[in-house]
Design a protein around this ligand. Sequence first.
Ligand code: CS2
Length: 496
Amino acid sequence: MKTSVALNQENLNIMPPNVKTPSYDRDKVKTSIVHIGVGNFHRSHEAYYTNELMERYGILDYGICGIGLLDYDRKIYNILKDQDGLYTLITKELDGSLSANIIGSIVEYIFAPENQIAVIEKMTNPDIKIISLTITEGGYNLNEATGEFDFSNPVIIEDMKNPMSPKTVFGYLAQAMKLRMQRGIGGCTIQSCDNIQGNGNVAKKSLLNYVEKAEPELISWIEENVSFPNAMVDRITPVTVASDIEKLQEEFLIDDQWPVVCEPFIQWVIEDKFANGRPEWEKVGAQFTDNVVPFENMKLRLLNAGHTVLGMLGALHGYKTIDEAARDQDFSTFLRAFMDQEATPTLGNLGDINLEQYKMSLIERFQNIYIKDLVARICLESSAKIPIFLLTTVKAQLQADKHIERAAFIVAAWCKYNDGVDENNNTYPIEDAMSNELIRMAALSHQTPIRFLEIEPIFGDLVNNKTFVDAFLSSLEMLRSKKVKDCVKEMNEKLA
Ligand code: CS2
């Protein structure tokens, strides 16, 4: 039996032939991008595109320096250190075959909790042209209902008091921008890669709100020297599980402590607004445009909301993976009708995008049995996702006096989800920054169902909209009296 080899720079040349390895000289890569939040998604998306540029075109001047801001990032920091920044991207093709691609574009990594000054200095370095972010939907510290920056957040308060030892992304960015200004270094691009409508605008708003209080003299400099392109990002990237690591050892003889698994599909549509140059990512499939809004809407309201639909229904029923939920005939009928009747009417003019094809491809992607995307991954942090993915559709539909029943049903399913137990009496944790409030309000809703909609930062004044409230209340009552599958069947028949 052949033995597997540890993934690191030295071992790259003894990798088996079925593994794609960087053929470019990693020592020649120049770091020009700082990336905050080196999670699985960054590693399957931006780092992948950048690696492709290095591999296929020999463009080596946009290497990535990863930054881990949270204590939680210690694990990835240690692993990437051990592996010289290398990791395997395992693509699970639609026919079940795997391909293994070792990605070499992350050439440096700084663990911020141990080295705050190094992070600030790195971001300030004149070589750095782009600071990109995957800090999650909730990471922008905005109240979803009011859209205001949350200054009551204790870590934000701490950062304002101790600007040279920040903890939050805004604390770091403010210091780095201040030094860039003072040293006359010039601006850069701050590029959000999170699933948020107008993610660049949101990043700008959060940073400027923070800076307005923390470093007011910086405002006009940022406005003039820093750009915040909006972008739509897409690649389903499930949580890596032990069997992925084992398969990589068996099929490809690689010992990788934390590979990334992804689907073959990938998309990145970016507003071409870079303050200080950018990689030619269009050479490797990214799309630059003047207007990302149609792409963002389409993706957030169909793909991400579609995930939420399947996640919530699946969780109550007891399905563990998204493909199981997507292959359930009743659930997929419900999903398709939600897409057609509630999400699609809000999308406006999509130019030459073929929406029918897009929706079909989404169903196919959701049903991919090899991806094994966990229902639990989709449901976590729903308090930050649902307002963006689903409530935007609800609001637009209410305004146009059109259907919202299925979206309201999913909100009711989310309320029930927060009871923390599925229909087979299996319990699960509520992993959410707002878990205490969600669990409390879901519990109160057993007595007074509307209480759940009183979570102001999530629902804002939707609690006063009679159409939405009625649809929510009747759905919740139904969900509390029978199985989710029977409810879905009933909804499918009633709304057919
Ligand atoms: C998912 C996304 O987190 C979620 O709820 O919908 O992570 C989704 O998989 C990605 O946006 C796909 O690009």
